[in-house]
Design a protein around this ligand. Structure first.
Ligand SMILES: Cc1cc2nc3c(=O)[nH]c(=O)nc-3n(C[C@H](O)[C@H](O)[C@H](O)COP(=O)(O)OP(=O)(O)OC[C@H]3O[C@@H](n4cnc5c(N)ncnc54)[C@H](O)[C@@H]3O)c2cc1C
Length: 303
């Protein structure tokens, strides 16, 4: 129901203005402005946690909106340098106008990758619903042929993901592995929690083995499932990797104590910090991941 609500236009136009919903969303994002995200990254830096910024937004109606998004990311990259932060960026291709002008979206992405490379920074591509998977992987292949500082998110619940990893390995990719946040049919995606975890484990193992063999530039485990991370933690030793080579990424506001624990144990930990005004569908997907958060949202109605 929550994933349906994420796509519902009426709910998006109304719910996102209700004060208690706006108050509840603060659990997952520090604020709507770039300055809010940068301030949060400074707090994380003190705890030894790196930042990854994402401007919320998807599925535009005009290409000019995509250009505005790219310009915002350019400003963000400049701010990261000015504030001496360790902060990468992660974006959705539909945010760059991918649906309207795929070539134009590539041009915008290309400029961002060049800008990021000039200061040793990285640009990541989020993975959206399955209607975009093939096109996004193909887009990434093209970007990877031109840039070394670009990475792609892959979803463990999709049956095609092991083949996508194999397809990308000859090009030395950087991959961020997630479980997957969209409502996909059983013909293409796993649904049972245990099956998704098993698939995650299998793909993570494939990635770390490739990382150890120098066939991947980076491998990121993006999950709050620290039990799963604990099981994967045995792999680096098996593959001869130092534990610090494991990058674990979580979302802002979720399992903060676990993020600090991972840093203390020598992992490379980072937090994805979202900002912007278009947070409604993104927030609904966060609620769907953990329906207990709905109770938290409702409690915001109390004084
Ligand atoms: C850095 C990052 C980037 C992501 N990028 C993408 C992307 O590009 N495309 C995509 O499809 N998905 C993305 N996701 C979302 C991902 O697919 C999952 O939906 C999400 O991470 C929940 O799965 P989990 O791995 O944390 O495991 P789960 O099994 O869902 O959760 C494990 C435990 O973590 C805690 N937890 C998980 N989610 C929440 C929450 N929302 N609130 C509070 N506690 C929670 C709970 O205690 C839960 O028991 C991203 C996730 C992260 C962390």
């Amino acid at each position: 129901m929550l994933l349906w609500a994420a796509r519902n236009r009426w709910l998006r136009d109304h719910l996102s203005h209700w004060w208690w919903v706006r108050r509840a969303v603060r659990k997952f994002m520090p604020g709507e402005q770039r300055s809010d995200a940068l301030a949060a990254a400074e707090r994380y830096k003190e705890a030894g946690i790196f930042a990854v910024f994402t401007l919320l937004g998807e599925n535009l109606t005009e290409f000019a909106e995509g250009e505005a998004v790219a310009a915002e990311y350019q400003r963000l990259l400049a701010d990261v340098v000015e504030r001496k932060l360790h902060g990468e960026i992660s974006l959705k291709l539909t945010q760059l106008g991918f649906d309207i002008d795929a070539e134009g979206a590539y041009r915008l992405f290309d400029q961002l990758a060049v800008e990021a490379a000039s200061t040793g920074n990285w640009v990541w591509i989020d993975m959206e619903g399955s209607a975009y998977t093939e096109r996004t992987v193909a887009f990434y292949e093209r970007a990877l042929a031109a840039h070394q500082n670009v990475g792609l998110c892959l979803q463990a619940y999709l049956l095609r993901t092991p083949a996508d990893v194999q397809r990308l390995l000859p090009k030395k990719p950087a991959i961020r592995l997630v479980k997957g946040a969209y409502d996909e049919p059983a013909s293409i995606a796993l649904h049972k929690r245990t099956e998704v975890s098993a698939a995650y484990l299998a793909v993570a193992s494939m990635m770390l083995e490739a990382l150890a063999a120098g066939r991947m530039s980076r491998a990121i485990l993006a999950t709050h499932d620290t039990e799963l991370v604990g099981r994967i933690a045995g792999f680096p030793a098996a593959f001869g990797l130092a534990p610090a080579r494991i990058e674990v990424q979580m979302l802002y506001g979720i399992r903060a104590a676990e993020q600090r624990r991972l840093v203390a144990e020598g992992y490379d930990a980072s937090a994805l910090i979202a900002y912007g005004t278009y947070w409604y569908p993104w927030y609904m997907r966060r609620l769907a991941e953990r329906p207990a958060n709905v109770i938290f949202a409702l409690r915001q109605l109390l004084p």
